[in-house]
Ligand binder design. Structure first.
Ligand SMILES: [Mn+2]
Length: 248
């Protein structure tokens, strides 16, 4: 069987990248390097640092990345895109233009007889009240309609400021302090105590690389990011490996 790949938190378009073009090209090199061996690719959220689709207009940028994604889906590679907390506002343009399958909620899928719990990771486990409130506003259809009615001249720069602010405050937090302090690990353990059938929990969001055994038949993988780690997970039907892209 061909491989299944998992990758998250590319944050393409983030204003903090010193060389955004080089950064985008690196992602394209990675996608090129796996395309012969890939059956499916799961983009696990925060792929774009900010994206907002209007009915007839979309943001600038991402040309090489989008072109490569379209090439891969045209070749018949299945590409799933889980929205994160930065690329929430994908509506019908990216699915129809790029041929990707968009997921707005966590999903359980079976691949080669193994059960996968897949999610970006935001909103799972204990999150603060303020984060939950903002999340519900960002996901609310009416708020989205109102936001769409404002001219992008005002919203885009606000969104980028917001986004780098939330990335900065989150980055203090992008540290692993052991499994007991890791809320996605706690979420997975709690989930397993009710349903032990999940073999792999796959998350992004935390920007750390973690591969941890939870039971004899269950592991959690947190995918790192493409800001510091250039990391991804690959499943060949039997083995799951968390690794880093070498051809930087
Ligand atoms: Mn992120």
């Amino acid at each position: 069987m061909k491989n299944i790949y998992f990758i998250s938190d590319l944050h393409l378009g983030a204003r903090t990248f010193k060389n955004p073009r080089e950064n985008e090209k690196r992602v394209v090199r990675f996608l090129d390097s796996i395309k012969e061996n890939a059956r499916a690719i799961y983009l696990m959220g925060d792929i774009l640092d900010y994206w907002y689709e209007y009915k007839t207009v979309v943001p600038r940028g991402f040309t090489r990345f989008f072109g490569k994604i379209a090439e891969l889906t045209d070749r018949g590679i299945e590409i799933h895109w889980f929205i994160g907390n930065h690329d929430i506002w994908i509506f019908d343009y990216l699915p129809s233009e790029l041929g990707v399958i968009v997921h707005k909620t966590p999903k359980i899928v079976i691949i080669e007889g193994k059960q996968f719990f897949l999610a970006h990771g935001d909103g799972l486990g204990e999150t603060s009240r303020s984060f939950r409130l903002i999340r519900s506003i960002f996901h609310n259809r009416i708020c989205q309609k109102l936001f769409s009615a404002i001219h992008p001249r005002w919203t885009v720069s606000f969104a980028h400021r917001w986004s780098s602010h939330s990335r900065l405050t989150a980055s203090d937090d992008h540290e692993y302090n052991g499994e007991n302090d890791e809320y996605l690990v706690n979420f997975a353990k709690q989930y397993l105590s009710k349903d032990s059938s999940i073999n792999f929990f796959i998350f992004g969001h935390r920007h750390i690389m973690l591969d941890l055994m939870l039971s004899r038949t269950s592991r959690i993988l947190i995918l790192g990011d493409w800001i510091h780690h250039y990391s991804y997970a690959v499943f060949d039907g039997e083995n799951m490996i968390l690794c880093q892209f070498e051809n930087l």
